[in-house]
Design a protein around this ligand. Structure first.
Ligand SMILES: C=C(O[C@@H]1C=C(C(=O)O)C=C[C@H]1O)C(=O)O
Length: 162
């Protein structure tokens, strides 16, 4: 794409969309929205893989922290919706253990793209490119306000501090 950040941003958007299934898997069960142990596994895995990809582990963790915050933002949005409108609660509950492997694959793709986009992420033009890719992803994925907010959060750590 024109921005060079399309693949990364599209993957972040897919991850945001998967949060709908995570919310449906957890709502009305004892599983909390926040699972710090699962989050730590992701940060440990990302930190361990980063140097081999030419990435700073702290940068990679910062990026994934934004992905996870975005996911939880979507989950909280659904919980508020379903608390207020119980008739809209999904009638079938997906299995979280089947969703996490899908998230793992998206995480792997994100890590690859994070490394592939390092020059763009470090450039002065990164913020404007990121905004362009984010708007495109909102349209392509037909995101509502909740998911657009989550994607903005997810992409907030794309550009490297300069
Ligand atoms: C997606 C989940 O919910 C939360 C968000 C996570 C993520 O975005 O990877 C990980 C753990 C949870 O804090 C999950 O429990 O798998």
């Amino acid at each position: 794409s024109a921005s060079g950040l399309w693949r990364l941003t599209d993957l972040a958007a897919r991850r945001v969309a998967i949060a709908d299934q995570v919310a449906a898997a957890k709502y009305g069960t004892p599983s909390p929205i926040d699972d710090p142990a699962r989050e730590q596994q992701i940060y440990d895995s990302v930190s361990a893989q980063a140097p081999g990809l030419g990435l700073d582990p702290a940068d990679a963790v910062r990026f994934f922290r934004a992905q996870i915050e975005a996911n939880k933002l979507v989950q909280r949005g659904w919980y508020a919706r379903w608390d207020a409108h119980p008739s809209e609660v999904p009638t079938t509950r997906p299995d979280l253990s089947q969703i996490r492997p899908v998230i793992d694959r998206v995480n792997a793709g994100l890590l690859t793209e994070l490394a592939a986009t390092l020059p763009v992420r470090a450039s002065v033009s990164c913020p404007v490119r990121q905004r362009a890719a984010t708007v495109m992803a909102e349209v392509v994925h037909r995101f509502d306000a909740l998911h657009a907010r989550a994607l903005a959060e997810a992409t907030s750590a794309t550009c490297l501090p300069r």
